[in-house]
Design a protein around this ligand. Sequence first.
Ligand code: ADP
Ligand code: ZN
Ligand code: ZN
Length: 803
Amino acid sequence: MIARVIVDVPSAQTNRLFDYLVPKEWDPFLQVGMRVIVPFGPRTVQGFIMEITSNSELNKLKPILELQDHEPVLTEELIDVGKWVAEQTLCYQISAFQVMLPAALKTKVKKEWTLKNQPQSLPIFIQTLFLDTSVLTIDHLKGLTKQEKIEFQTLILEGKIEESYQLKNRANKKMKKWISLNPSSDSLEGMNNQIPKGAKKQQLLLTALMERQAPISKEEILTKLKFGRQTLNALLDKKLLIEVEEEVYREAMKGLTIQQSKPLKLTEMQGNSLLPILEAIEQTKHETFLLHGVTGSGKTEIYLQAIAEVIEKGKQAIMLVPEISLTPQMVQRFKGRFGEWVAVLHSGLSVGEKYDEWRKIERQEVKVVVGARSAIFAPFNNIGVIIIDEEHETSYKQEDHPKYHAREVAKYRAQTYQCPVILGSATPSLESYARAKKGVYTLLKLNERVKNQPLPKVEMIDMREELRNGNRSMFSQVLMEEMKIRLQKKEQMVLFLNRRGHSTFVMCRDCGHVEMCEHCDVSLTYHRNQNRLKCHYCGNEHIMPNTCSSCGSEHIRFFGSGTQKVEEELTKVLPEAKVIRMDVDTTSKKGSHQKLLEAFERKEADILLGTQMIAKGLDFPAITLVGVLSADSMLHLPDFRSAERTFQLLEQVSGRAGRHELPGQVVIQSYNPEHYSNELVQTHDYEKFFEIEMGQRKQVGYPPYYFMVLINISHSELTQVISTSEKIVDILKRELSSTTIILGPVVSPLAKIKDRYRYQCLIKYKNEPKLMSVLHTIQEHFMNRINSGHLQVQIDLNPYTFM
Ligand code: ADP
Ligand code: ZN
Ligand code: ZN
């Protein structure tokens, strides 16, 4: 038998199948989708079996070294999805498969070399290598000359040096040890006769096991029952007891308190939205729904009931939530309804925990997975519904290779399983809403909040006016007043600071010089706790200078206000207020996110202060005021979606207020209150926003009127970047149709990163049948070129970042 394998070497030359001989003894077990270890040139690497055949065009094949699985880790369906992702995003197939699997399954292979005979007969350079070690690793060989490397290989072939390899897994199965009586032993009395008279402890342990009439975990014996290791080992040695290992799952999201919940009686509007979804589930029909419901309109309850129906039918559900809204509160809602049937996948879990959650899915032991973007690849085999909450979130698009969008993968998989996809949002992406209006998606609407609470009242404050009135603080008068009232009434508030585009850079007040990274064309960010300046692109750091590096002036200061600064200010102006700050700094430790939110829920603080991560998913009854400190920091980013993102974010944040009995109020501070995305948040008028924004997009030819492709070209030499970019644009202009618009090449907004110069060009098209083939050609041509080592051509279809 011959296995055709895709190897874990991401490069243009290796993006194809390689044939390997299957050792006879594995013939009966071998299946497509299993992991193998194979020799590859001088290396030993991991790979996935894609095909099994009986003949090969090559006649001298190397054998597979190891078979890593008993069961395939990739199902036929997922292999198909992987190929499709690779094709659609122009990535290597291996990259697509790696992103679909938990990191724990990725095995690193480490080669080792030992001596077979005495070293005396070997060349001097080999003898030196083995002077202070008996095992060589790849690091030892780094200093060898080419000639010496050849000699080394020859010695391996001659059998004088032995080559072996070790597999390094990122995580293994967690095993629990159990102790039980040896089933072949007879009575307690008979056993007692085999141990010395004075060995009281051994007798006691035997009795304990006899009385329990079941195995006891080793851990319990040693810690709870307090037997010594010697006692236990003595009995194991005499074979009176035996030890067995059993695989256990690590507990993800430990300490989560689960309150059971029952399906709620739906409101009429909810019922009307759920009905067509249930019909699609019933008819095993692929249909995409866009559930447009204002914040607090009960979308999640609809998801829960749709999932319940799917489970009822013996099928499974994938529930995607943006990483930052995947809060314990969110998970609690799903576990509360479906208990043990829920697996959770998100980046906060350790490699081992993720592996365990993944295996519960793979073994079809759970029915629902709640997870962030990559959970779309959950290895279920009978999917009944795929739900994407907050479908407008750009985090559903992966920024690194493979640059896939979870929404597109969802639709592809749902097509295979003939099941519905539900996209939910209070502020759908323009792309999705336009599709729903055209009838491509089925539009479902929830116009009101569940208990008929009004949407919160929004007050827009013109910060320029504040400044004119002599208020130089970061809080407007209105916000100050409202905060004081809440403190008196013991109600809770959320203060939101949009950090994006607001980094704390350092500028000289005399000459205007901004401290920049010398490798990247970006300003350095100030980190207060370490008093250092760091580059967020390459990691380069400096100690914070005392004087301007350009003119020597001492008048240098930080710009942009971080959450820390707001917190300091709060303690000055509202000393009696208790504040919980949530940002990257306070939530970097595992579980801290959860702890802070629970503390806020227990009302240990009056104010929750934070960044993007508090904009979503929070549902606390006592929040009656939301303050947005800077509404416009995102409006001025070089991105055609900046207005859309501003509106979405403000609407999301506002949605945190007044979700229950107490009415909510929102105060938004802005330097640009007349901008339509700020203005329309006041009336929560998504429709109007959609209309105006669509008008803008139409005028300048942006999505959803056009599709876009961004091509990024980078090289350490500027001349190379420019000439390659021009060549690419020439090819595009020659090959693509005349209605397609090609912009550039131009220098990228981030002109240099890690000492590489960056250029880009943009393709805008409506209908371009040749697109994929032309892009494939470009990528292959430029990446396959000899000396392409320094050149990078990155193609991003439907891009979300333009930097
Ligand atoms: P959304 O996901 O649209 O923001 P949620 O699903 O979080 O809205 O619902 C808001 C609140 O209303 C939650 O506290 C939820 O428990 C409650 N809720 C939802 N549906 C119902 C219902 N049919 N009856 C009573 N309460 C409901
Ligand atoms: Zn840098
Ligand atoms: Zn200066």
